[in-house]
Design a binder for this molecule. Structure first.
Ligand code: NAD
Length: 308
């Protein structure tokens, strides 16, 4: 299968690298020139839970024009860059291309659909975790299932083919048609964990060691659950608060991606996580005061000049 990954950071390199390692023709497309050069000169290094390897079969580029039409395009930029990345990805997309997003937060599938058409978009969630170590190197931090589905009913078997290609690459993958339910289910964990860890500097598990952060986690998730209910979204997790707490325990020593972004001085995905719940709540007439406070605090920290 010919595959392009647009946004070859922590997750893009992980998926692209594993898919390339089993014989797919994989191209990484990223705006980071040094990273692209290191991958082309020395290969892509993946270390961590799936073993240590250097993948030299993979090609990287800053220009999608170099790649041509692909069977599958995976968008793995941060959600703040999705619109721009899909514009960059246009030369990769032909009549039979499918475009997959496994990004966190709300709205990515919709933004991609606006540009390429809903019938070309597949979306889902991943329980893998990955960290960018530097140019050309990522650490596979945690493993778990990938669940994908189509936004519209499909008559062809291209989704199943992608599922098989992922499984052959060692990425446990299943197809599920309740795409929005999947995305909102995963969103619950990001709602409960990311902003709170970014504000407090705590690791995921530490949120449950303080009654104060535990209460805020519960309230933020309950608000999101209510927004989902009013919107008519069916999520798999019957008790989202218990689910988010179980994620905290399973990933106890992790520093969330939002905490890492704040530490690096990078823009966070707050607007598509807690901020999106506030926006949806306003639209649907559901009160979301805790998510509003968390959103405003993270936006403030993002704007604050770094301490020298
Ligand atoms: P990252 O910051 O490591 O990688 C993003 C990459 O996109 C960077 O290399 C950046 O240079 C590149 N980029 C930015 N703008 C671009 C553009 N216009 N065109 C091409 N490339 C561009 O991010 P990540 O941690 O891999 O996360 C990607 C998505 O996956 C996010 O939505 C995140 O929430 C989600 N996610 C991450 C993890 C994780 O463990 N890292 C786990 C699950 C989901």
């Amino acid at each position: 299968m010919k595959i392009a990954v647009v946004g070859a950071g922590a997750m893009g390199c992980l998926y692209g690298g594993l898919l390339s390692d089993v014989g797919n023709q994989v191209f990484l497309v990223d705006v980071w020139q040094e990273h692209v050069d290191v991958i082309n000169q020395k290969g892509l290094s993946i270390s961590g839970v799936s073993g240590d390897r250097r993948i030299t079969s993979i090609r990287a580029t800053t220009s999608a024009m170099d790649v041509g039409i692909c069977d599958l395009v995976i968008i793995f930029v941060k959600s703040t860059a999705t619109r721009l990345a899909v514009q960059h990805a246009q030369p990769l997309i032909g009549a039979d291309t499918l475009v997959l997003t496994l990004q966190n937060g709300l709205g990515n599938a919709e933004v991609i659909s606006e540009s390429v058409g809903e019938d070309k978009v597949i979306a889902g969630v991943t329980a893998h975790g990955s960290t960018l170590l530097g140019p050309g190197a990522v650490r596979h931090a945690g493993q778990g299932p990938t669940v994908i589905g189509s936004l519209v009913p499909r008559k062809d078997n291209r989704l199943e083919k992608i599922c098989t290609a992922f499984q052959q690459a060692g990425l446990e993958t299943v197809v599920d048609d309740n795409v929005m339910g999947l995305i909102w289910g995963k969103l619950m964990a990001n709602i409960g964990i990311n902003a709170l860890t970014a504000i407090t500097g705590l690791q995921n598990g530490e949120l449950l060691q303080y009654a104060e952060t535990e209460e805020l986690l519960e309230k933020a998730v309950q608000e999101a659950r209510e927004v989902a209910r009013v919107k008519g979204i069916t999520i798999k997790e019957e008790d989202p608060v218990a689910y988010v707490k179980s994620v905290c325990r399973k990933t106890a020593e992790n520093r969330s991606s939002m905490l890492q972004d704040i530490t690096r001085g990078s823009r966070t995905e707050i607007d598509v996580i807690n901020g999106a719940i506030v926006a949806e709540g306003l639209r649907l007439g559901v009160e979301t005061p805790v998510n509003r406070v968390l959103t405003l605090l993270v936006r403030t920290i993002e704007k604050k000049p770094a301490v020298q």
